[in-house]
Design a protein around this ligand. Structure first.
Ligand code: FES
Length: 229
């Protein structure tokens, strides 16, 4: 066991536990977005940042283990500013026409935004719409993806498949279906997506029409209900 101080309170914790796990065990609130326990603990979204005494930079609570004597602060002005900035950056790459999205009201990103009181995005909004892969049994809307990689981890760790993966690098890095034919139709990637980036096809007839010309088919053509405003 190790001893850790969070916001002035001293706790005993199992060696190997993350800061987030210990905080949650003691009802200390730390927001998360990409985190899925034992499935996706990759520290992608940086929404769970905390301050640790002796470390200059802020650290992600979800994938940093506690050490004996660690002193953590979860709610300082610096932490709050950084979380908000990271959330705003995520939102700047996200299609925020929420009223037209099927996840409106059940979207974890939307809920987090409300909870953190983020009502403005001071960055240029940029997202790409891409043609869908018409051979694929799901619809993926890349402009709603926040690159949390939950779908990638879920497919790999829960289904032992590799339908999704991160492709390209740097600012061009994005999730894509790299093995669509392997899809087991389990729907777990959809269930674990925090936004409306993944969903079942809801316009089968149009998709079958589209299958012969996948390069020219857009999501708007396949699932117009999602895009109409
Ligand atoms: Fe920790 Fe995303 S929840 S980095």
């Amino acid at each position: 066991m190790v001893e850790i101080t969070i916001d002035g309170n001293v706790y005993e914790a199992e060696e190997g536990a993350t800061i987030l796990e210990v905080a949650r065990e003691h009802r200390v609130d730390i927001p998360t977005l990409c985190y899925l326990r034992e499935i996706n603990e990759i520290g992608a979204c940086r929404v769970c940042l905390v301050e640790v005494e002796g470390i200059d930079h802020l650290v992600a609570a979800c994938n940093n283990e506690v050490t004996d004597g660690m002193v953590v602060y979860t709610d300082t002005p610096r932490v709050r500013r950084a979380r908000v900035a990271n959330l705003q950056l995520i939102l700047s790459r996200h299609d925020r026409r929420c009223p037209t999205c099927f996840r409106n009201g059940t979207c974890q990103l939307q809920a987090l935004t409300d909870r953190m009181g983020v009502h403005e995005v001071p960055y240029t909004t940029f997202f790409e719409t891409k043609p869908i892969d018409a051979r694929f049994p799901l619809v993926r809307e890349p402009e709603k993806c926040v690159n949390c990689l939950r779908c990638v981890s879920t497919c790999q760790k829960v289904q032992a498949l590799g339908v999704w993966d991160l492709v390209d690098s740097g600012s061009r890095a994005h999730v894509d279906a790299v093995a669509p034919d392997d899809c087991a139709f389990c729907g777990q990637c959809i269930a674990n997506c925090p936004t409306g980036a993944l969903h079942e096809r809801d316009d089968t007839e149009r998709v079958f029409d589209a299958i012969f010309d996948p390069d020219t088919i857009t999501i708007a053509q396949v699932a117009p209900a999602v895009r109409s405003s």
